[in-house]
Design a protein around this ligand. Structure first.
Ligand code: 4AD
Ligand code: MG
Length: 477
């Protein structure tokens, strides 16, 4: 007999049929009722054991966490709380689970405890819901780009360049750290290393994606990126997934339109395809909010927040405008910000971004035209000579969810900037070639996938939306 998933069975309208299913016991009560879950849906299916005709020995082995194989009859449920159930005719224990040792007991566990048991936490309702939404979101990302004429490009994970110029990279080397060869000057001789040069894990696929956009027109990457920034926050990971579209002949306006349309599209997709999981996560968040002081509570539920983003226009504001708003804001005047806004040109911190989004505009905001001094070398210089065609998409609860720009397409201006920022032009010879052969206006952005999953699931900590988080001092599993 074919093994059915719990999701299939719960949707089926044919009762009194023989079914076979496999899954893990969530709970077993009164020596009769198994709540069985197989991951196909948030919901468990109730399996009713005929305890009089089941060996005592077997009944004892039906414990939380055990894996079982069941055959029986799918019938309308006699009890409350479910419409269908399985009347078990035979049950086989596939794998025991010692109830005294199994960490995932049927009770509420703290997120911190579950993080320490990341290999088992996906067996809880919260994490299985989050990970199903994550999977659907990632499908929605590919669907959006594929249906809009983009080509998926796999940019390298090991690179010799620092796209963001921030120097926060993990080195890739095969040298024995105690016996690395040195040059006559006493420096480590990377010429003798595996790649014959210094290499790192990529911080962004953008520079390579640009080369493909300048031939395929519309491209996107969706892959892991790595940053050795020592930020122990609820929004930073050392290993995270980034989505980076790059489009030839598109300016910053087009880039803002694309980011807004893309984000709304993928969020709409999960609203449509993850109804059960989102309803559960919505309730979870509402419960969590109740434990916070009134002043810190959000006045919107998770579903309201997602709908709010999907149904409203993102507000577009220049850095200079935002700077004025922030400088004259109450928290700035009352010195409530940790970083006070004084001089034009200052980088905005998460507290400022969240003030703009949550307190001032009360909607997602796209900030553009940032000071050149706080942005990467590749962004197009405006005619004012001091701002660049950069944009950041800011979200409630998250702050920056995406960052991008129109790229500098003029060879001489780019060379100037590379020099001014002290970057070695020789390293970027291939990037400069794009400006020598058929250069064109082009733009793109990078969206942190985990920040998107955080927004869609309402999880407060980014460590809880990726299966095995990598953060400073932590690479377990
Ligand atoms: O703003 P960033 O640094 O932009 C770039 O890397 C550009 N090359 C993108 C492009 O134009 N193609 O990073 C882009 C996004 C951020 O907005 C944020 O959502 C996410 O990546 N991000 C992180 N997410 C999790 N953990 C971290 N440490 C992150 N750093 C950036
Ligand atoms: Mg950024």
């Amino acid at each position: 007999m074919k093994t059915s998933s719990v999701a299939e069975l719960l949707q089926s309208d044919v009762t009194l049929q023989q079914v076979s299913l496999k899954g893990w016991v969530r709970t077993f009560r009164s020596n009769r009722f198994i709540a069985l879950n197989d991951g196909s849906t948030l919901h468990n299916i109730q399996c009713v054991v005929d305890f009089e005709n089941t060996k005592e020995e077997t009944l004892k082995r039906i414990t939380t966490g055990a894996s079982v194989s069941i055959t029986g009859t799918l019938v309308e449920s006699q009890g409350k709380g479910q419409s269908l159930e399985v009347q078990v005719s035979s049950l086989e224990i596939l794998g025991d689970s010692n109830p005294d040792e199994y960490p995932i007991q049927p009770k509420k566990h703290s997120l911190e405890f579950l993080r320490e048991n990341a290999h088992l936490r996906v067996r809880t309702n919260t994490f299985s819901a989050v990970m199903r939404v994550r999977s659907k979101l990632s499908f929605a990302v590919h669907k959006y780009f594929q249906e809009n004429g983009f080509n998926y490009v796999n940019t390298p994970i090991v690179t010799g360049s620092d796209a963001e110029g921030a120097g926060e990279m993990f080195r890739v080397s095969t040298f024995d750290p105690n016996k690395a060869p040195v040059t006559e000057e006493g420096e480590i001789d990377y010429k003798q290393d595996f790649f014959g040069k210094e290499t790192n894990l990529t911080v962004s696929g953008q520079l390579e994606a640009e080369t493909y956009a300048m031939a395929l027109g519309k491209v996107y990457t969706f892959g892991p990126t790595f940053r050795a920034e020592n930020s122990n926050t609820t929004r930073h990971l050392a290993e995270f997934w980034m989505i980076e579209p790059e489009v030839a002949f598109m300016d910053l306006e087009g880039n803002m339109d694309l980011s807004e349309d893309f984000i709304k599209s993928v969020l709409s997709y999960v609203l449509e395809h993850c109804k059960d999981d989102l309803a559960f996560l919505d309730q979870r968040l509402t419960q969590e909010e109740k434990s916070k002081p009134q002043a810190q509570r959000s006045d919107m539920s998770l579903l309201e927040k997602i709908h709010f983003v999907v149904d409203n226009n993102f507000k577009r504001v220049s850095y200079t405008e935002a700077f004025d708003i922030l400088r004259n804001s109450k928290p700035n005047k009352k010195k409530k910000f940790q970083y006070l806004i004084q001089e034009w040109g200052a980088d905005l911190q998460s507290e400022h971004e969240r003030y703009l989004v949550e307190k001032h505009f009360k909607c997602p905001v796209i900030l553009f035209d940032y000071p050149a001094t706080i942005k990467a070398f590749y962004m197009r210089l405006n005619d004012d000579g001091k701002t660049v065609r950069a944009m950041d998409v800011l979200f409630p609860g998250i702050g920056e969810i995406a960052g991008g720009s129109q790229r500098e397409e003029r060879l001489d201006v780019l060379q100037e900037k590379i020099k001014a920022m002290g970057i070695d032009e020789k390293e970027l010879w291939w990037y400069l070639d794009l400006r020598k052969y058929g250069t064109a206006v082009h733009s793109g952005f990078g969206l942190g996938f985990e920040r998107l999953v955080q927004f869609a699931t309402g999880m407060g900590n980014i460590r809880d939306v990726i299966p095995f988080p990598r953060t400073p001092q932590n690479a377990e599993f």
